[in-house]
Write a new protein. Sequence first.
Length: 607
Amino acid sequence: MLSTDILEDYQSQISDLKVQNKALKKLINKYSFARLGLFLLAIILIKLFFNVGLTAVAFIATFLLLGFLILVKIQQKKVDLLRFQETKLRLLENEVNVLAGGENIYDDGSDFIDAQHPYTDDLDIFGAQSLYHYLNRCVSSQATEILASWLKTPAELATIQERQAAVQELKNVQKDGLEFRTRLFLLEPKLLTTLGHFISKDLGVLLKFLNHKGLKNIVRVLPFINLSVLAIAIFLGSFWWSVLGLILLGNGLFYSFFKQKIDVVHLQVEKAANALDAYARNVKWIEDKYWKNSLMNDLLEGIKPEIPLSEKISSLRKIVVRLNYRLNMLVSSFLNLFFQWDLHTLFILKDWHQQHQHSMVSGFGVMAQVEALLSLANLDYNHPEWVYPQLEQDFSFSTRALGHPLIPQKQRVNNHFHLVVQPTTDVITGSNMAGKSTFLRTVGVNMVLAFAGAKVCASSFKTSIFKLVSYMRIKDSLQNQTSTFKAEIDRLKMILDYTKQEKQAFVLIDEMLRGTNSKDKYLGTKVFIKKLIAQKTPGFIATHDLQIADLVEEYPEQLRNFHFDIQIQENEMYFDYQIKAGKCESFNASLLLKAIGLDIDSEYKLK
């Protein structure tokens, strides 16, 4: 299957959903007219039967009200279904848009931008038009953080292989995964963010007033006293009715003392339960499915111990249903005057909280990991032409048809490349705009994907696990009083320290020491390369300085030369963006300067 087939599949689903949604809207309108018709019918029948008697009117009103409520309930289900399907449609259209090179509606990870990180800033891992933005399909903040951590830190070999297996299995249930993501997208992201904090901390604070000494015993005893006096009043007469009245008055005053706190708890718990209702369907899907891979089964253990997470959510919903009785004034008055119903329910809630708060929070963490895995699974589904990397324990890097994942397929130029069996520093020379920087980023970004457990943009990709460190995008800072050259020195020091500590370091450098003169730039680059050779640290150094390429004569076993060149025909430049062995022999700066009115060649001829 090719990516064009994936687009056709998405477009087919979009067409089907549009037809279904159109039919649903018509059906919802019919229910609206039916409700209006029922209301008008009620007016007519009540008017016709008014002279017959109040009993007939009451019977008709009750019957029609029941029918009206049934219609409302059915219509609401259809409205909820339409809302779900419209959200699903939006997500499908987003996939088509992203594959076409458009913006992704999910978070771009700007909060994770860190200029001091070894490679994420240089490789455009986070932020607008970044790898994260292309990859991310997470809603909850916990899931977005997990996905970001996978891109920031290479995993161990076993972990990567476990993720690969889990992602491939999740890709095979893509339609279920889409529904999983749709249910999450319907929820408010802020609500998902605060849910874990509410259950782990805030709810305990709200219920703290229940810790008053003896309150639980009073709530337990009062219903027995109330019912006992009621029974006595029924059998013994008027005096005891007066006693019951006084007792119920006391019950009312007792309840009113706690009512404001009960109101706050009810409001917050109902919000949490409503969010969890949608969450529960996702949890149930994970719990009920038979998973073949070890990672999904390990995650399943986190949400399905002795009491499954879905059952804990269900029991919280039952508690909220009990609290909702207080919304009916008559029912609430009876239940709270005789049974202290709300306080009794809050003690049930407190027991639930004490028993499940920690497992609920850990369960949210498990679900966030599944959410992050679904982002990788979505990438797998969208790109059947990409491959999973083959990871090696020993030093290795070889790839065929390697391309940058963020460049659209029609514009992308792929390259073959491999390192020899020992670490080497590869010097890449070339003309301006010929593709040196893009090649470095292509290698780096695909390594980041590989070490996160995702597919890579290549036809084959074999690598050991490296700890990337880069030097590409150097910025000065007026605020920190840092010049470009000082920023370069700081970055070089960081790389030297990093490569000393990390034996699996892999260096990507694009034109180092730009902020100094040519002589110091050459000497500094030469000394730095010698340092890498001494440490046996592999990497790529892109440069315009051909003297650096000449170092291969001094270090034939440790250095290799590659280049990107241009073809010039009738003063026009043509780039093929293909990496080639050896140093570059053709350059284009004079042509570029001539295009803006600076003719270097004629200047030299005059001299």
